[in-house]
Structure formats: structure tokens, C-alpha cells
Design a protein around this ligand. Structure first.
Ligand code: NAG
Ligand code: NAG
Ligand code: NAG
Ligand code: NAG
Ligand code: NAG
Length: 379
């Protein structure tokens, strides 16, 4: 950009013309990128028995100014309620539907007719997510089959939407960071050997369809695991995990890139892992990230103060214009969905599992967060 504007000062007519061509190319690229919104999204998980109604929830999403919402299903009532709203929607094909859809184009057609065409375009469906963290459970024969059927199922869903002439819906699948063998330093990022054979066809598909690699990234878990292991060697500082603006930086010895937070390091480790398999420009999206506001006594760092700091810093970072990107992907928008809308009291596991919510069941905020990324004058 600096180059293009500097070129304007050149007196040579030919060069000025060249600069103009370059400039219009730049704006073309910039505007096609701008088609991807940087407005913050929210994961709307519903594993709770005390949650507000879908109608109330959509009202809340609107009042929060959410740019996107991600559903773990494709619920008709919710998709209907989102009709006419300025909220982009990600819907999910359940893991246990994948193998059947992979085997049968008719089932894919049926799924798309029921869950997409019944609501699109009035409901701004922009992502169809096939499964959730499918590569994280490959322990038994059935789960392994689902993982192998993932790309064929994505292809069938895409066939249907393509046949309908729909071009603004991406097909993707959220992946968890347990797919990684190494994440540090970021340039050393690589996928687990047993995941690679699954990853190669997926990346090939995502690259070929210009879709996103969607990842669930939780700096929080890195911090607690480190504390549990009592290992300070990795040098993870709480402020670094909380996206705090400080003077702390980490320079990757191989790439020379300078990191100011753990989230960027984790995202770039995925970028480098993909590049090792030959894919160096598939766009990234953050399908889940967040910080728990409460937990068991041994769950260090799970409190309101940290949750508020992480999410507010995250929003500022991800909603910034122009976009920051990551050190390996400067300027690139990373569409981001915060986890989560509500605490989900029917989830199992440690207490943190039930304390990721931004909103209380009565619709009040658990802590102050403004997902527009702007600071209220009254604050
Ligand atoms: C990169 O990761 C491998 C393990 O996959 C490890 O053996 C090696 O030491 C790492 N390199 C650096 C520079 O940390
Ligand atoms: C990824 O897609 C681009 C654009 O279609 C293509 O040029 C490139 O060869 C693809 N990369 C791989 C590794 O297939
Ligand atoms: C953690 O480190 C501290 C100080 O180095 C030590 O006193 C403590 O015993 C360690 N805890 C565990 C669980 O290893
Ligand atoms: C951070 O940098 C600023 C400006 O360079 C300096 O004034 C400040 O003392 C530094 N803070 C720390 C904690 O190093
Ligand atoms: C967020 O900030 C914007 C801009 O200051 C303001 O218009 C909006 O009401 C705020 N939203 C919340 C939920 O505080």
C-alpha cells in the first residue's frame, strides 16, 4: 500500500499509469477481502435447562450487536427467528449424520432443502459446518469411519448448494487443537502423524473450494495445563494468554516473526502445519475461543476478571479495522466466534465446562463486554 501511494509521486507518465493499475488491483483485492466481515460472532450452545427461549436469545444477540451466530445444529425455530436479521449464521451437520450423507447424495439434498433452502436467503446462512471436532474422536471404528467420511459428506453438501446456484455459503468443519503434534515455536507447528492422512484430503478440499480452516483455540487450556504440570519452561505468562497489551514479545527463532500473544502463536502453528503439507494460503477462522469465568478451585485463572479481559481484548483485536491478522498472515481477517453465549449447565466435566457464558439466563451480562469492540463513553 505504501508502495502504491509513493508511486503516485513519480513524474513519469508510464509509471503513474502502472501505479494506477496496481492501485486498482489493490482495491479489487481489498474489496474482495472486505466481503468477509470482521464483526464478532457468538457460539449459541444450548446444553442448559435454564436458558432463555430462542426468541429471547435472538433478541439478545441483536442487542449485543453480534455479527454472526454459530449453531451446533440447524434448528428450524432458530433459523426462522433469524430471518431478516443482520446476523450471519453458521449451522452444523451433526457428527452422526455424516456417514449417511457421505454415502448418499439424496440425503445431502434433503438436508440442504430442509435446513438451508427453507430459510435462505432471508436467514443469512454463510457457513455449513459438517460435524464438530470430528478428528478429535477417532478411538473406535465408528468414529474413525465418520472422520474418513467427512470430506465426502462436505462434497455432497457442497454439490447441492452449487446445484442451487448458491455461492455465498462456505462448507467447513471446526477442528480442535488436539490435532497438533507441535505448536511451539509456531514455525514448528505440525499435525499429529495419524491425523495427517485425514488432514490432507480435507485441506485439498478446503483449498479447492476457497473455504476456511476453522479451529477451536483456547489459550486458557495452555495456561492451566502448564500450571498443572508446574512447568514454567514454556514461559507462558498470563498476560500473554489474556492478549494483554504489554511489552512482552516472543520472537520465533526460525521465522523471525514477533508474537505479542499466545492466540497468534497457536493460530500460526496451524498455518505452519498446513504449509508443511503444501497448503500455505487457506484462510483461517476461529470457530471457538473464550475464557471461563468460573471453575473448580484447582482451575487456575478461571474467573470473571480474566474472562472479561480476554474477551474484550479478543474483540478489539479481531474486530480491528484494518485487520491485524496474525504475524504469519498480516492483515488477514480471521472470522471469530466467541464461546459462548450462555453457561451450559448440562455439560459434564470440570466446573469450567459450565462457565463459558457471556450472558446470564435472565439476559443480563455475566461481565461487561461490548462485542462491537468500541468502548462506551460511560465506561
Ligand atoms: C520441533 O518439533 C519437534 C517435534 O515434532 C521437536 O523434536 C523439535 O525439537 C522442535 N524444534 C524446535 C526448534 O523446537
Ligand atoms: C490451492 O488452490 C490454489 C487456487 O486454486 C491453487 O493454485 C493451488 O495449487 C492449490 N494448492 C494445492 C497444494 O493444491
Ligand atoms: C511446583 O513448583 C513449586 C516451586 O518450584 C514446588 O514447591 C511444588 O512442589 C511444585 N508442585 C508440583 C505439583 O510439582
Ligand atoms: C514498555 O515500553 C514503554 C515504552 O517503550 C516503556 O515506557 C515501559 O516502561 C515498558 N514497560 C515495561 C513493563 O517494560
Ligand atoms: C457498545 O458500544 C457501542 C458504541 O459505543 C454502543 O453504541 C453500544 O450500545 C454498546 N453496546 C453495549 C451492549 O454496551
Amino acid at each position: 500500500m505504501t508502495f502504491a501511494f509513493a508511486s503516485f509521486r513519480m513524474q513519469n507518465h508510464k509509471l503513474t499509469k502502472m501505479a494506477l493499475v496496481f492501485l486498482s488491483f489493490f482495491f479489487l483485492v481489498a474489496s474482495s477481502r472486505a466481503a468477509i466481515s470482521n464483526r464478532i460472532g457468538i457460539n449459541y450452545g444450548r446444553l442448559g435447562n435454564n436458558l432463555p427461549s430462542p426468541a429471547k436469545s435472538i433478541e439478545l444477540l441483536e442487542s449485543m450487536n453480534a455479527g454472526r451466530v454459530k449453531l451446533y445444529d440447524a434448528d428450524h425455530e432458530i433459523l426462522h427467528l433469524l430471518s431478516g436479521k443482520d446476523i450471519e449464521v453458521a449451522i452444523t451437520v451433526a457428527n452422526d449424520e455424516i456417514s449417511a450423507i457421505a454415502a448418499n447424495q439424496h440425503l445431502a439434498d434433503q438436508w440442504v432443502y430442509e435446513h438451508v433452502l427453507a430459510h435462505y436467503p432471508n436467514t443469512k446462512i454463510r457457513f455449513i459446518l459438517v460435524g464438530n471436532e470430528v478428528f478429535s474422536s477417532t478411538n473406535n471404528v465408528q468414529d474413525m469411519q465418520i472422520a474418513r467420511d467427512l470430506v465426502p459428506a462436505m462434497r455432497r453438501i457442497k454439490n447441492t448448494i452449487k446445484a442451487q446456484g448458491i455461492r455465498n455459503i462456505k462448507v467447513g468443519t471446526p477442528l480442535a487443537m488436539d490435532m497438533m503434534e507441535t505448536t511451539f515455536p509456531p514455525s514448528n507447528g505440525s499435525f499429529k502423524p495419524d491425523i495427517r492422512e485425514l488432514m490432507i484430503p480435507l485441506l485439498k478440499y478446503l483449498n479447492g473450494t476457497r473455504s476456511f480452516v476453522l479451529v477451536d483455540v483456547y489459550p486458557y487450556f495452555r495456561v492451566v495445563r502448564q500450571v498443572a504440570r508446574n512447568n514454567s519452561d514454556t514461559g507462558i505468562d498470563l498476560g500473554f494468554a489474556l492478549l494483554r497489551t504489554s511489552n512482552m514479545t516472543y520472537t520465533d527463532p526460525q521465522s523471525g516473526l514477533v508474537y505479542t500473544d499466545l492466540l497468534d502463536q497457536m493460530l500460526d502453528s496451524v498455518v505452519y502445519a498446513m504449509a508443511k503439507l503444501g497448503y500455505d494460503d487457506i484462510m483461517l477462522a476461529l470457530a471457538e475461543t473464550g475464557w471461563p469465568h468460573d471453575g473448580d478451585v484447582d482451575e487456575i485463572g478461571a474467573n470473571r476478571e480474566n474472562a472479561a479481559e480476554y474477551n474484550n481484548n479478543l474483540i478489539k483485536k479481531m474486530a480491528a479495522v484494518p485487520s491485524n491478522g496474525t504475524p504469519a498472515r498480516p492483515g488477514q481477517i480471521v472470522p471469530t466466534f466467541i464461546f459462548s453465549m450462555y453457561d451450559e449447565n448440562q455439560k459434564y466435566g470440570p466446573a469450567t465446562e459450565r462457565h463459558w457464558g457471556l450472558m446470564n439466563p435472565d439476559g443480563s451480562a455475566v461481565y461487561a463486554v461490548n462485542i462491537t469492540g468500541k468502548v462506551n463513553p460511560s465506561d
